[in-house]
Design a protein around this ligand. Structure first.
Ligand code: CP
Length: 305
């Protein structure tokens, strides 16, 4: 595993359950409406090589609300366009005084590479098809607000699991905390090998099987461009895997529906489901702020010391 500066958050896979629970506890102590200046005088760089709305804005709001200065560096409009390498970009950001770097990158392992060479905490905001640890934490925090315990909780993840860093991090986190995971999708988007992601993970090709008796249903965005490459017909996907009111009735009465966003209404879910009482999609976005406050406080703030 990468040797990284204390406070880095590179993956969920390598965290202990106790570390996850500590981060969730810290998240509960964060109040975005009354933030404490835990990051006063710190400089947080948001280094985004890929588009983002939720992750970028919530990290920025989290950092600023705790008194940090933030700077956004995107591949477009920066010297990355001129060919500056990932590591040289990291050294440059360190040289201008970054105390922490939040990075999103299309390549799996990019945050780990940066963390191995820099003496500041690196936070993975999504790396390729690998992990999205802050999303998994905010999802766990959201689940905690609606369910008594993770132990024995039946969680279904539906959709493009093959390409999903969100699914990978969620499976690692929720199995570590004792949830029962069932993954659902067509073979092209859910290969058999996914069952070995974590102990006890079950696979199904049938949405009804995944949803029946579920406490939590996590839907994933359908990436049209990938479907075309895999020769899956969009209408077939909708017919077999779209979350509808009828299908949701198979879940527990108090089941919640989650989605990391962005959602595509009429594709992976109907608008009726997206706007329903059971949908916690907007709450997930809101919960991104205290979760990322906790991650940053652990990385560079007083809470991390
Ligand atoms: N869930 C998520 O990562 O969304 P963004 O791509 O908008 O950050």
């Amino acid at each position: 595993m990468t040797k990284a500066a204390r406070g880095s958050l590179l993956s969920i896979e390598h965290l202990q359950a106790s570390e996850i629970l500590a981060l969730l506890k810290l998240t509960r102590r964060m109040n975005p409406l009354k933030p404490r200046p835990l990051l006063r005088g710190k400089r947080v760089v948001l280094l985004f090589y890929e588009p983002s709305t939720r992750t970028r804005t919530s990290f920025e709001i989290a950092a600023k609300s705790m008194g940090a200065i933030t700077t956004l560096v995107q591949s477009s409009g920066s010297s990355i366009e001129k060919g500056e390498s990932l590591l040289d970009t990291g050294y440059t950001l360190r040289a201008v005084g970054a105390d922490a770097i939040v990075i999103r990158h299309p390549n799996a392992g990019a945050p780990h590479l940066m963390a191995a060479h820099l003496d500041v905490p690196v936070i993975n905001a999504g790396d390729g098809m690998h992990e999205h640890p802050s999303q998994a934490l905010l999802d766990a925090y959201t689940i905690q607000r609606h369910k008594k315990s993770f132990k024995g909780l039946q969680v279904a993840i539906v959709g493009d699991i093959l390409h999903s860093r969100v699914a990978r991090s969620a499976v690692h986190l929720l199995t570590k905390l004792g949830a029962k995971m069932i993954l659902c999708g067509p073979p092209e988007l859910l290969p058999e090998v996914a069952a070995s992601l974590a102990p006890g993970v079950r696979l199904t090709r049938h949405l009804e099987d995944a949803v029946r008796g579920a406490d939590v249903i996590m839907l994933l965005r359908v990436q049209r461009e990938r479907l075309a490459g895999l020769k899956i017909k969009l209408q077939d996907y909708i017919d077999r895997y779209q979350m509808t009111a009828t299908r949701l009735k198979l879940a527990k009465r108090d089941a919640i529906v989650m989605h990391p966003g962005p959602i595509i209404r009429g594709l992976e879910l109907t608008g009726e489901i997206a706007d329903s009482e059971q949908s916690k999609i907007v709450q997930e976005v809101s919960n991104g702020v205290p979760t990322r406050m906790a991650i940053l406080a652990r990385a560079v703030g007083k809470a991390g010391k």
